[in-house]
Design a protein around this ligand. Sequence first.
Ligand code: 5GP
Ligand code: ZN
Length: 136
Amino acid sequence: MDNCIFCLIAKGDIPSATLYEDEKFRVILDLGPAARGHALVIPKEHYADLFEIPADLAAEAVKLAKRLLPAMKEALSCDGFQLVQNNGEAAGQTVSHYHLHIIPCYAGKGPGAAWTPGELAEEDKTAIPEAVKKLL
Ligand code: 5GP
Ligand code: ZN
């Protein structure tokens, strides 16, 4: 993917504020952070999203985030974290190269990624599990 910005960043062709790098991943600071220290775990191989990325590699991205969390917590003096991973335009994905957001949260500031809770419809309590289960 010659024109994919995250391919270029992950491979080091475009410089980035890098927290961590190995043969499979680069972890960089987000240019438009939701909070101080907002980082992105980016695989070096191009996969558009969670549908495309091999399950093992997606699991490795989460393992890497788990490894980074204590160091980031101490370095940033933050109080919590959100892991966010958007899939598809409707979900707010703006870069079509799989990435996992690590968003530090600070007490009193509210989470960087938040939603307004709705209400679980009575019929959905059975209809949705039934519909999904039969496709697994
Ligand atoms: P998405 O909305 O696709 O889940 O997240 C894309 C993220 O990448 C956004 O938070 C955006 O700020 C960040 N981003 C987009 N382009 C660049 C870039 O060139 N460099 C860095 N460091 N972050 C970027
Ligand atoms: Zn890419």
